[in-house]
Write a protein that binds this ligand. Structure first.
Ligand code: FDP
Length: 324
């Protein structure tokens, strides 16, 4: 068996007195994410065979067309997270309103998620993923809609799963980023990337070059400088682009443009969780104006420009944008 002699995610979480995972119940939340992702990866790989591709005909809170797999993945993760008994509330990119578990039913954690990121790549067999930010409920708090509007810096953990040529779950807690690869034979995630740190050298930049014509001059200059120095790689699924850049060194940029003053990506479901992972791995995340993790959220589905990856390159890029 492939996982022989490797630590499984379950074993890793069981020894949570080390590695910074000390909070009661957090392991159960992460296992619920892992369980859901096993189901989602199966659906993703079988989708064409099961005639499950295509759209639901609806749009979500951000006016994006909802793919059938978006909706199915959302249901799967809401179910596994509800069942683990440690979650007080779930905010989901695909759902207008949060799911709140009242009274004794709820646990101590708040999870905000993009259940299937990279929708436009679903139908064409290109890597996609799921993203999760995890917060702890405030002591004595009665959870309501406003409880989900937390600073990114208050996350206690974040995770993402890439459904690529293999399925990889990356888990970040304070100063710790680890990657687990799904062994599809045993159904267990096994530790394959024990200590992820973003490499010192930035190799890649990832941005939608087609947008260059609608950028303001300082942002255009910042992107052009990246183009001059680094190789371009752009999958068009944030998780996949981020994962490559995290392992190989790189910067992802989806800046504001003339028609999208707040960019395209979601603060609570995408920027905060991946910003947290980046920072714990030695990288950085900025809106181009401020640290992502310091943005005070005004509403659940709000968008933000995002510049994410190697800290020195993020800082340089932001400096060019700010210089005007
Ligand atoms: P998608 O719309 O396909 O879900 O989350 C939004 C996102 O994908 C990101 O995953 C991706 O990085 C970005 O949008 C791609 O946007 P463009 O097509 O505008 O480049």
């Amino acid at each position: 068996m492939v996982t022989k002699n490797r630590t499984t995610l379950q074993e890793y979480l069981s020894s949570r007195s080390r590695e910074g995972i000390q909070n009661d119940g957090l392991g159960a939340v992460i296992m619920a994410i892992a369980e859901g992702s096993c189901q989602v990866q199966q659906q993703v790989r079988q989708a064409a065979l099961a005639d499950a591709l295509g759209t639901t005909g609806e749009t979500n809170a951000s006016s994006d067309v909802v793919q059938r797999l978006d909706a199915d993945s959302s249901d799967i993760f809401v179910e596994t997270l509800s069942r683990c008994g440690q979650v007080a509330a779930i905010g989901c990119e695909e759902k207008e309103d949060p799911v709140i578990f009242a009274g004794d039913v709820g646990g101590g954690y708040i999870v905000l998620m993009d259940p299937l990121d990279g929708s436009s790549n679903i139908d064409v067999a290109v890597s996609i993923g799921s993203i999760f930010g995890i917060w702890q409920k405030k002591p004595g708090e009665t959870v309501n809609d406003d409880s989900l509007l937390r600073l990114g810096s208050e996350q206690v953990a974040a995770a993402y799963v890439v459904y690529g040529s293999s399925t990889v779950l990356v888990l970040a807690t304070e100063n710790n980023v680890r990657g687990f690869t799904l062994d599809t034979e045993s159904g267990a995630y096994a530790l394959t990337h024990p200590d992820i740190k973003i490499p010192d050298n930035c190799t890649y930049y990832s941005t939608n070059e087609g947008n260059i014509k609608v950028l303001d001059e300082p942002t255009k200059k910042a992107i052009t400088l990246l183009r001059d120095k680094y190789s371009q790689r752009y999958v068009g699924s944030l998780v996949a682009d981020f994962h490559r850049n995290l392992l190989k060194g790189g910067i992802f940029a989806y800046p504001a443009d003339q028609s999208r003053k707040d960019g395209r990506l979601r603060l609570m479901y995408e920027a905060n969780p991946l910003g947290y992972v980046a920072e714990q791995a030695g990288g950085a995340a900025s809106s181009g104006y401020e640290r992502i993790m310091d943005i005070v959220p005004q509403e659940l589905h709000q968008k933000t420009p995002l510049i994410l990856g190697n800290k020195d390159v993020v800082d340089e890029t932001v400096a060019v944008i700010k210089a005007g």
